[in-house]
Design a protein around this ligand. Structure first.
Ligand SMILES: [Zn+2]
Length: 333
């Protein structure tokens, strides 16, 4: 379906999937080598319910539970074969679809409906480093040992599995380094000409990617690849996720400045709550210092954010607050 009618609109994305999933499975998910992906196999009902939780509060976009899915991880930690691993990634898309269908049925029952084309199901394409489970997804250090081709080849398996499940697009997300973003973007542009996607970086402060590159340069580089390929219509946006919300406006301003405020791509932001993840302890610290995520939304909208949601530690109630905030801004225009 063409998404032209949605262009220019601000869409609300779901919150932290594994964060909410933990509520349903009663297990500690943070720190698990497969994070939430294990539950596509072990508790699919909980995965469906987690998607529904975000749809019910008004999310326009849900993202499959495949962030940490890989053949390597499933072979090692779930004893699956390569084929079974790929099937499980495809199954993850089906679980999101089941949630979407249930949600649409419920809306019909109360005579409500979502706009055509919504909600969207995006396939989560997390970074290579998430598979390593050694903290390198938060610093991108693995790119120093790998070539662009290595990265592309590794991503290709999951990309094809998720696409065969029938997603609306790919959420290339939490990418800690410029090289990986460029590698995946180039591959999508060249080898998957019908596929829509977004590219979202993980940033460690108000100027830099987790691996240290300048965010604005990295975002500009991806944007130029897309424009050179005449593929602007295939790009949902470029942005940041799993980042402290207090860094986001400065990050976006730095890109506006670098592009001279002209031809800015649609921006995407789904930050975490503002807490700090302690990878050695496997837990989040600093909750006392957080301000509500929704309070940042007007500023992000002004900076041309077109997709806004949450990442780690962002719950359905936070997404509801973001939904209301965006609806209010819409009404005031
Ligand atoms: Zn996150």
């Amino acid at each position: 379906m063409s998404l032209l009618h949605l262009k220019g609109r601000v869409l609300v994305k779901s919150g932290g999937f594994s964060t909410q999933l933990a509520k349903h499975v009663g297990d500690k998910i943070d720190g698990d080598p497969l994070w939430g992906s294990r539950f596509d196999k072990e508790n699919p009902e909980a995965v469906i319910q987690t998607h529904l939780d975000f749809l019910e509060v008004g999310a326009d976009i849900i993202v499959t539970n495949t962030y940490q899915s890989s053949v390597e991880g499933f072979t090692k930690h779930l004893n699956l074969t390569k084929e079974e691993s790929i099937d499980l990634m495809r199954e993850s898309v089906k679980l999101a679809m089941q949630a979407k269908n249930k949600y649409i049925e419920r809306l019909k029952d109360c005579n409500r409906h979502k706009e055509p084309g919504l909600p969207l199901i995006m396939g989560s394409i997390g970074p290579y480093g998430a598979m390593l489970h050694d903290g390198s997804e938060y610093n991108g250090s693995y790119t120093e040992q790998l070539t662009k081709q290595d990265i592309q080849q590794w991503h290709r398996t999951r990309i094809e599995a998720v696409l065969s499940g029938g997603v609306d697009g790919l959420a290339v997300e939490t990418i800690p380094c410029q090289m990986e973003a460029e590698a995946v973007t180039e591959m999508l542009l060249k080898d998957y000409p019908d596929v829509k996607f977004w590219v979202s970086f993980q940033c460690k402060d108000e100027l830099h990617l987790a691996h240290g590159e300048n965010f604005a340069n990295a975002a500009k580089s991806v944007w130029e690849l897309v424009r050179k390929a005449n593929a602007v219509d295939r790009l949902y946006g470029i942005g940041v996720n799993c980042v402290n919300p207090k860094f986001v406006s400065t990050l976006f301003q730095s890109l506006h400045k670098l592009l001279n405020h002209e031809q800015i791509p649609q921006l995407i932001v789904y930050s975490n709550r503002g807490e700090i993840y302690d990878a050695t302890k496997g837990e989040w610290t600093g909750h006392d210092k957080c301000v509500p995520l929704a309070s940042y939304v007007p500023e992000w909208v002004q900076l041309q954010a077109k997709i806004i949601g949450g990442c780690c530690r962002v719950y359905p109630e936070d997404i509801l607050a973001i939904r209301k905030c965006i609806d209010n801004i819409g009404n005031n225009n």
